[in-house]
Design a protein around this ligand. Sequence first.
Ligand code: SAM
Length: 284
Amino acid sequence: MTKTGPKQNLTQEPGLYVTATPIGNLGDITYRAVEMLKAADLILCEDTRQTAKLCAAYDIKTPRTPYHDHNAAHVRPGIIERLKNGAVICLVSDAGTPLISDPGFKLVRDARDAEIAVFPIPGPAAAIAALSAAGAPSDQFFFAGFLPAKSGARDKALKALAGINASLIFYETAPRLAASLTAMITALGDRQALVARELTKMHEEFRDGKLSELAARYALAAPKGEIVIIVFPPEKISVSTEQLDDFLKVALRETTVKKAAAKAVAELGVSRNDAYSRALFLKE
Ligand code: SAM
C-alpha cells in the first residue's frame, strides 16, 4: 500500500523524511527542511560532524546519529523499528539530496516495504544545479553518477552511454577529471561539454568547450574542488534524401532491405523509420 504525503507543508507525521541540504552555500536550504530537522526525533547523518555545522548555523538541536555505507546494514533494522513505533526521522547526507550518489536507498526501500511513510523534503542536488545553468539541452538528460575508478570498467561504462540521445551528467573527482574527459572523447566522440566546479561556493566556475579542449585544459593543471561534467547530446547528422538513397542503392546491391536500412542507421545516423521506408521504396 502506498501512503500519501503530509497534508500540509509543515505537518510532521511519523515517517522517514529524506531531507536535502546545501551543496556548498549554507543558505541553500528550504524553510521546510529547517523546520523538519528541528521537529524530528532523530537526524540520520552520513557524517555527524558535517551535519553539526549545518545544525549550528540553523540552531537545530535534534539528536544526530551516523547512517553511512559502513554501518547501514547494522543499524537499519533498529531505525525501521523506531519508524514503525511512530518516530519522525530525517535522513541527510553531507551535501545535497540523500540517495543521489549518497547513502539511503536501502533504508527507503526497507521503510516502504514495511509500509512506513517516506516523504521527500526536496532541495539542492549538484547534478540539477549544474544542468540548470549549463545551457545544455535539458528536456532529456541521463544522470550517470560517478564513473568506475578503473579505466577498463570506466571505458565500458562510457561506451554503454554513447547511444543515449540526451545530455549526460557525471559526478567526478578533481584528480580524475582530465583522464575521464579524455576517455569520453574515445567513447562518445568529441562532443560539446561543460565542467561545473564548486557550485554555489566562493570559487564556483563553469568552463565549456569540446571535450578535447576541456581535457587539454585540465591535463595542464588539475583543478581543485567538487565537479559535475555535463556532456551534450550527440549532434544530429543532417543527411539529404538523395544522399540516403545513394547509400542505400549501393547497400541493396549486396543485401536485404532490413540489413541495408540497419547499415544506414549505423553509418549515417539517420532514423530507423527513414532508412527502412527509403530502402523499401528503392527495392520496389
Ligand atoms: N548527494 C549529492 C547531490 O545531491 O548532488 C551528491 C553527493 S556525491 C557523494 C558528491 C559529488 O557530487 C562530488 O564529488 C561532485 O561530483 C558532486 N558535487 C557535490 N557538491 C558539488 C558542488 N558544490 N559543485 C560541484 N559538484 C558537486
